[in-house]
Structure formats: structure tokens, C-alpha cells
Design a protein around this ligand. Structure first.
Ligand code: DGT
Ligand code: CA
Ligand code: CA
Ligand code: ZN
Length: 596
């Protein structure tokens, strides 16, 4: 989060707390200021360093708010905000997530009933206490009961793997709506972030209102949260899906804007300003002949009506997204890279990576069969891999060891028995079949299967399955211990995280990457959407350290081969190219890597 976002969030919290205590007008001023701070194209801490007057130069930021911003940047807190917080110690964000509950209601509920959390709110509603408050009534109470669960769920970001199908269902529905000319997902789902706050969909059409109406009737929508003339939000599969419609001519600019990330967009806007251009969701405009106030002046970033300052100067791009970047002297930047981690500079200097693509993957190096906890035989898995067009396939069932459930893991003797079966499968197969194991890394970094068994296998994946303590400072050394084991070829799901349920190990990926590069071990991007481990940031550090990665599905059934796309896009978020990915190489090259 940029400091601008951080300060904007604080101002919004300030506004909510003022609202809750019944103050008038001031909350609106704080919200407007928050919006403009959020969108301001320079770092707020820089302005704050220059003093209050510099901060007050931001549109709609008056002297009083400017002084609070300076106070925050200087001291790390705002005294008046701290006072408000202690007067109303309620979880404002959680409580206002309940439809129909605003800051004022939160204030009243705290004053009357001492409610501070969603659980307390639900308990009060169930006990019939809310209807007793003056001005509330049974209907309000029932409304709270109906919506509290959804608010609770909405607190948690959805996993990419759960959100993506919802997005695709919305896309295919909208693609068939009559006046729709263009449709695309945007926001975090287009950037393939590992968790998703809400799903954003953009439509280009000359009949926005009709499309919004059709969307409100989408049969997979459980409820319409709001609907206007050019946007609508519905709830589907427990997620919020936001639709925006724009005219076809502005589709590219809107797609660029609503794909984000916010920080990427700020970086892009700064570049535009340097070139006497203005970029927003309507297009790229040449403002060299426009006076400064009109060019940079105010305007609500979310106001699709396009008031003053939004469409000024000569429009030079906006129909396509590539055109928007081109107008700024940049090549098109893949959405996965748009996180303000140096991609705009890299684009300007011709240093963008050519990221790995789904079609580049030629085989899977980590899969299971019914020998451990998979549901299919080795023959069935190999056949399914061949049907997908893969050139090779590795069978790597669980070895017994710490963290492997019950007797699902294979003993040394069972691994040798399985080798005979895999040899038979190999004879009948049209593709290269590697026999391996997923061995376990114990709490000391040792690999638990016998070395002589490991030595006879084509491939050894070593993964941590136990002792996955986030605070374990020895985690990196422990993984490096496994990487240095002479028989290990691939380090499986390095942190052991489970998205939304287990944070996993805290790993220094730069140091791990150096060790992996030195030892010729590939580090896995486990494509299972519950894992996505290593994640994008980790991949970036690994690849920069010279390590090879492997995008594996860890499939327990042929259907789970489909997960590979989540792994590929995670690798793209880490700027990985095809050459960085072991299983994007030919079977012979993979074999050479494994034997080395
Ligand atoms: P999420 O939904 O939390 O996973 O993350 P995003 O990135 O999808 O964020 P969301 O849904 O709030 O907005 C979608 C994109 O629209 C976001 O990445 C950037 C753009 N956007 C939305 N509101 C604003 C805004 O107020 N200012 C700027 N600069 N960009 C915005
Ligand atoms: Ca979103
Ligand atoms: Ca959204
Ligand atoms: Zn596995």
C-alpha cells in the first residue's frame, strides 16, 4: 500500500468516526480529501516533508486536514483520530460491511448496546435488542440478521481459484448480451492476484443501460447490490461482481484504468504529466494547450459522468489498451506485472520480461496417484497427461514422514514396488514418464526417505509438510538444507502456506534462490489455488537470484491438471520467462537437469 492509500484510509476512518458521533458536513470534507489524496500522483510523504501549505495544494485538502496529514507523517498518528477511536472502539470496517449499517448506526449501536463486533451485533439482533432502540424497529433488526453472514464472508478475500470461475461465468454471460461489443475482466482478477476482493468486469457498448439491466437479471446472481445507468454490482457465489459499461471508443482507457493496480496507475499518470498528457479512464489527452487547473483539476475518479477536467485537450488514445501505453511511449505491459514494482521503468527502458505462457508448459513434475492420496492409477494419470498434449509426466507420490497423513505415504519398500509398476506404464506410454517421490523435509532440514532409494529415482521433489511455523527464523536454512541434499531435484511448495488458512514459513527467497541456483534445484510454483506457493514476489526473487522454477499442479486427479494456469500466471507475476521454467523445456532437457 502506498502512503497515499494509507493516509486516504485514515481520512476515511476519520470521516466515519465523525459521522458516528453525529458531526455534520465535516465527514464529507474528509472523504473528498481522502479521494484526492489517494489519486494524487506524487507521494504524500514528499509533500508533507515540504509542510502544510504544500499538502493543502492537493485539491479539496484544506488547511485543517493538511495539518493532520503532516502530523501523521511526522509522528505516525493523529491525536484527534486517536481520541475518536477511544470514544468509539467499534470495528467500523466490519460493522459497516453489513448492508444498511452506516457509521451513524454503528455509533448508536455502541452507545445503546455496547456493540463493537459483528458477533456482538448478531447476538444483539438475535436477542431482539435492536428493535428496542428508538428509530430502529423490527425491520432493521431482521435486515441485520439477513446480512451479517455475508458481511462476515466479505471480510475475507476470496482465493483466485474460487473467484476466477465466477468472473468467467460473468464474462460468458455478458458476451452473449446483445449490444455488448467488448467484454473483459479487470481489477485484481485480471492481474491474477492470489486473492481477490471483488470481481470487476468491463463492457464496451453503446447501450450501457440495457446491459446493466440484463446483468441485474443474470441467473447466477443471488442478489443485486446496486444498479445504476452504467454500472451495477451483484452478489454471486458469495462474491461481489462489479460491472461497468463504457462506450466502445473509451474501452481501452477504461480497461487500463480499472485493471489497476492503483499504484501502477499512479506511476502511469505521473509519466503522462511529464509529457504534457493526461490519462484517465476516458482516454489519453494532450493537455499542452490547456491551462493547468482544467487539466489536473479535481473530479471524482469514480464519476463516470465525466465532468470538468476529465475530457480536456485533444484525445490521442483510448480505444485500445495498447494504444494508451503507446501514447505514453511504452509497450503494452502484461496485467500480472502491474503492481508498481518497477514495471513502468522496465517498459520504458525495453527491459520488460517476455513472461511464460500457459501453452509453454510441456509436462508436470509433481503429481499423485492412488498409491498415496491420489484418486487414479499411474496409467490413468499418464494417459491424461498425454491427452493434454504433454511431452512428459512425473509420478511423485507422498513418501511416509512428518505431516503426511496416516499410512498414505510410501515406505522405502513401497517406493521400490511402485517403480516396477511405473516401468510397465512407461513401456505403453507415448510420452516420457519419470518415476519419483515427494519426500518430506523434517524440522531440521533433513529429507526423510533413505538416500539409496532416492538415488534410484528419476526425480525427487522435497516438500515441507510439518513444522510450518510462520515465526520459525530457521525456515530458510532448513529449506536450504533440503536444497543441498544431493538427491533433491525440486523443492515443493516452499512455504507450505494455505491461502486464507495457514500463513506458512517465512522464507528469504533471495538466499534460497542463490542456493537453488548453485545446487541445480528447481523451486516449485505449486499451482494448486489453495497454495500458489511460491507466490509472485517469491518467484521474482528466485528468478533474479538465477534459480530455475517448476510450475507443477500437484494433481491428485486428471481434472486438477487444469490448475496449471494459476501457476503459470503466478509465475508471470514473478516476471518468469519460459527459459526460467524447468517444465517448459523438452523432455530431454528436463532429464539432463534431473541427472545433473
Ligand atoms: P481487489 O478487488 O481488492 O482484489 O483489488 P482491485 O485491484 O481489483 O481493486 P478494486 O476492485 O477496488 O478496483 C479495481 C481497479 O480500479 C483498481 O485496481 C484500480 C482502479 N480504481 C478503482 N478505484 C480507484 C480510485 O479511486 N483511484 C484509482 N487511481 N484507481 C482506482
Ligand atoms: Ca476488484
Ligand atoms: Ca471493484
Ligand atoms: Zn504433492
Amino acid at each position: 500500500m502506498s502512503r497515499n492509500d494509507e493516509v486516504a484510509d485514515l481520512l476515511e476512518e476519520f470521516a466515519d468516526l465523525l459521522d458516528a458521533t453525529g458531526v455534520e458536513y465535516k465527514p464529507t470534507a474528509y472523504r473528498r480529501a481522502a479521494e484526492n489524496v489517494r489519486d494524487y500522483p506524487a507521494p504524500i510523504e514528499q509533500l508533507a516533508g515540504e509542510g502544510e501549505d504544500a499538502v493543502a495544494e492537493i485539491d479539496r485538502v484544506g488547511d485543517a486536514i493538511a495539518s493532520k496529514i503532516v502530523e501523521y507523517v511526522d509522528t505516525g498518528s493523529i491525536e484527534e483520530l486517536e481520541e475518536l477511536r477511544s470514544e468509539l472502539p467499534a470495528d467500523m470496517a466490519a460493522l459497516t460491511a453489513v448492508e444498511g449499517v452506516g457509521p451513524k448506526t454503528v455509533g448508536t449501536l455502541y452507545e445503546e448496546l455496547g456493540v463493537t463486533t459483528l458477533d456482538e451485533l448478531e447476538a444483539a439482533a438475535e436477542a431482539g435488542e435492536i428493535r428496542e432502540i428508538k428509530g430502529f424497529g423490527a425491520k432493521t433488526e431482521q435486515n441485520i440478521l439477513d446480512n451479517v453472514d455475508f458481511a462476515r464472508q466479505a471480510q475475507e478475500r476470496e482465493r483466485l481459484g474460487d473467484a476466477r470461475p465466477v468472473a468467467e461465468a460473468a464474462l460468458s454471460f455478458l458476451a452473449d448480451v446483445e449490444p455488448v461489443a467488448k467484454v473483459e475482466v479487470c481489477g485484481s482478477i485480471r492481474r491474477w492476484k492470489d486473492t481477490i476482493g471483488d470481481v470487476d468486469v468491463l463492457v464496451g457498448t453503446d447501450a450501457g443501460e440495457a446491459v446493466v439491466e440484463a446483468f441485474a437479471d443474470w441467473d447466477e446472481a443471488d442478489a443485486v447490490i446496486e444498479a445504476g445507468t452504467n454500472k451495477a454490482s451483484v452478489r454471486a457465489s458469495g462474491m461481489r461482481v462489479d460491472l461497468r459499461t463504457v462506450v466502445v471508443d473509451e474501452f481501452g482507457a477504461a480497461l487500463q484504468y480499472f485493471t489497476g493496480s492503483r499504484d501502477h496507475n499512479i506511476r502511469v499518470r505521473n509519466r503522462a504529466i511529464d509529457r504534457d498528457l493526461k490519462v484517465n479512464e476516458y482516454g489519453v489527452f494532450d493537455v499542452s494547450d490547456v491551462d493547468e487547473d482544467a487539466a489536473t483539476g479535481g473530479g471524482d475518479a469514480n464519476d463516470a459522468g465525466g465532468g470538468g477536467g476529465q475530457r480536456v485537450g485533444e484525445r490521442v488514445a483510448g480505444e485500445t489498451e495498447a494504444g494508451v501505453y503507446d501514447a505514453l511511449g511504452l509497450p503494452w505491459i502484461p496485467p500480472e506485472l502491474r503492481e508498481d514494482t518497477g514495471e513502468v521503468d522496465a517498459a520504458a527502458e525495453g527491459r520488460l520480461p517476455d513472461p511464460i505462457e500457459e501453452g509453454d508448459v510441456r509436462g508436470d513434475l509433481h503429481t499423485h496417484t492412488e498409491w498415496s492420496d491420489g484418486g487414479f492409477s499411474a496409467a490413468e494419470m499418464v494417459e491424461a497427461a498425454a491427452e493434454r498434449g504433454h511431452d512428459f509426466h512425473a509420478v511423485t507420490d507422498h513418501a511416509e514422514g512428518p505431516g503426511v497423513f496416516g499410512d498414505t505415504g510410501l515406505s522405502d519398500a513401497e517406493i521400490r514396488d511402485q517403480a516396477d509398476e511405473v516401468a510397465r506404464v512407461r513401456e505403453d506410454a507415448d510420452i516420457d514418464v519419470f518415476h519419483g517421490i515427494e519426500a518430506n523435509i523434517d524440522a531440521d532440514g533433513a529429507v526423510t526417505t533413505s538416500d539409496d532409494v532416492l538415488a534410484d529415482l528419476d526425480i525427487v521433489v522435497a516438500s515441507p509438510h510439518a513444522a510450518l511455523d510462520e515465526d520459525d527464523e530457521g525456515a530458510t536454512d532448513r529449506l536450504i538444507g533440503a536444497v543441498e541434499h544431493p538427491e533433491v531435484d525440486v523443492l515443493g511448495h516452499p512455504t507450505g502456506r494455505l491461502i486464507n488458512s495457514r500463513p506458512g514459513l517465512t522464507v528469504d527467497f533471495e538466499r534460497l534462490g542463490e542456493a537453488a541456483a548453485r545446487e541445480g534445484v528447481a523451486v516449485e510454483v505449486n499451482a494448486n489455488p489453495a497454495r500458489l506457493d511460491a507466490n509472485g514476489d517469491a518467484v521474482r526473487a528466485l528468478v533474479e537470484a538465477g534459480a530455475t522454477i517448476a510450475v507443477n499442479t500437484d494433481a491428485h486427479s486428471p481434472r486438477e491438471f487444469d490448475h496449471v494456469r494459476f501457476g503459470v500466471h503466478t509465475a508471470r507475476r514473478g516476471w518468469a520467462e519460459r527459459a526460467d521454467v524447468l517444465n517448459a523445456r523438452s523432455a530431454a532437457e528436463v532429464r539432463a537437469f534431473l541427472e545433473d
